[in-house]
Design a protein around this ligand. Structure first.
Ligand SMILES: Cc1cc2nc3c(=O)[nH]c(=O)nc-3n(C[C@H](O)[C@H](O)[C@H](O)COP(=O)(O)OP(=O)(O)OC[C@H]3O[C@@H](n4cnc5c(N)ncnc54)[C@H](O)[C@@H]3O)c2cc1C
Length: 73
């Protein structure tokens, strides 16, 4: 998984560097590894607050469902 200089996990367009995603742009909270997401404190650039971590966790659910649906098709 691609990380920044501080060891925080890169996501989205920022993550699509060394490990390219196959055939599609990454979801906003998707890491450099397709289907693996990062939210909350571990995510590079996150606000490091409880409310934002919880919010990111709820937002990412739809992307996880989307990736699972793609894998099923
Ligand atoms: C002292 C302190 C005070 C704070 N005060 C506030 C505040 O007043 N208000 C506020 O909004 N935020 C506050 N924060 C920040 C807030 O705690 C974090 O932003 C929030 O907890 C992040 O949630 P998270 O789920 O991303 O990460 P975490 O809460 O850190 O959860 C990550 C979990 O993953 C587990 N884990 C780690 N590595 C592994 C592994 N390899 N395998 C399995 N599990 C693993 C950890 O044990 C932990 O349970 C404070 C933080 C600290 C340290």
């Amino acid at each position: 998984v691609a990380v920044d200089g501080g060891g925080f996990v890169r996501v989205g367009a920022e993550a699509a560097g060394p490990v390219a995603l196959p055939g599609r742009p990454p979801h906003v909270l998707e890491t450099s590894v397709p289907g693996i997401f990062a939210v909350g404190d571990v995510r590079a650039g996150s606000v490091k607050r409880v409310a934002s971590s919880v919010g990111e966790g709820s937002v990412v659910v739809s992307a996880v469902h989307q990736v699972l649906a793609e894998a099923r098709d």
